[in-house]
Design a binder for this molecule. Sequence first.
Ligand SMILES: Cc1cc2nc3c(=O)[nH]c(=O)nc-3n(C[C@H](O)[C@H](O)[C@H](O)COP(=O)(O)OP(=O)(O)OC[C@H]3O[C@@H](n4cnc5c(N)ncnc54)[C@H](O)[C@@H]3O)c2cc1C
Length: 331
Amino acid sequence: MAKVTYNGQIVDTDADTSLLEALLAQGCEIPNSCRAGACQSCLMQATKGEIPAQAQAGLKETLKAQGYLLACRCYPHQDMEVRLPVSGAVRIPVTVIEEDMLATDVKRVRVRPEADFVYRPGQYVTLWCDARLGRSYSLASVPGRDDHLEMHIKLVPDGRMSRWVHEHLHVGDRLLLQGPAGNCFYVPGAPQQNLLLAGTGTGLAPLYGIAKDALRAGHQGDIYLLHGAPEPSGLYLREELSALARAHENFRYISCVLVSDGPLPEGIQLGAIDELALGVAPSLAGWKIYLCGVPQLVNQLRKKIFLAGARINDIYADPFLSVADARKAAA
Ligand SMILES: Cc1cc2nc3c(=O)[nH]c(=O)nc-3n(C[C@H](O)[C@H](O)[C@H](O)COP(=O)(O)OP(=O)(O)OC[C@H]3O[C@@H](n4cnc5c(N)ncnc54)[C@H](O)[C@@H]3O)c2cc1C
């Protein structure tokens, strides 16, 4: 059993309990989100002791060299001393330059970073409301084309962060952002490959970024973007996506809903997104797939698309796990 010192408090850890779990169990407030080493919200810095290699997997070399580690992946085998990152070391300040409502419960927020920020459209960042409350949001903007970062943030009933964004975040505000993270982005090199992008709700944000990035890179294979929502009011950016489809012969935009009170507006199909996704081609063998949004749907689609012929290595997925989902998964 190793002892970890944090903020003057000594916490016991064992081989089955991550540093994050041990600290949270002692009532320490450690920022965290996915608890799977992806979002990097639980980044900490070791000031003493040996860092297990897996606690630094996926971190930039510059962070590794400074002793940063992911508390959710850290199972200490020796005594250590850790602290939260010194402000400014890994989080960069951004200023809100634009906000508007894309749907009744989706706010688009554009921020301008105050330092160089290298990312790929479709990756996600952690946006910090204060030192402790941070959540992951995907990037719909494209570097080189946009001078800002764009996020689409859905209001979750009783959601701490999303409510704050919807009610209190306004143009001119400064806040901190960390990242980027995630592998759900376009990789040039196979311009003829067909791409299928499917997502629900704000799962559109990364898919929109990926589609624009692929088109900008001159992708020649077919690109299908499928956006689903329970009902028409949940669909957004329809005009922009339809315009993109008119401008690019190889880009097809399909929106769908599960139910509708009245006749559907032109261009929206009635049906489940998984059925429509499987209907784009007789086989998805050789396709590259991007799936984002509600975890249950992303996981279902991943299975069905794999069974429809896509290689598992060609399926990139970002389920929008909430902190509560991540806790359940870790339990
Ligand atoms: C990789 C990744 C990318 C993401 N990208 C985006 C994005 O681009 N846009 C976006 O809007 N969100 C995105 N999310 C989700 C986001 O990080 C937050 O989980 C979400 O904003 C809710 O946070 P909150 O603090 O408002 O709610 P919390 O205070 O964490 O949760 C409050 C309650 O709401 C429930 N809840 C949380 N999320 C949902 C939900 N989506 N639907 C229904 N109930 C929910 C929780 O179980 C809890 O009971 C992403 C998540 C991940 C992991």
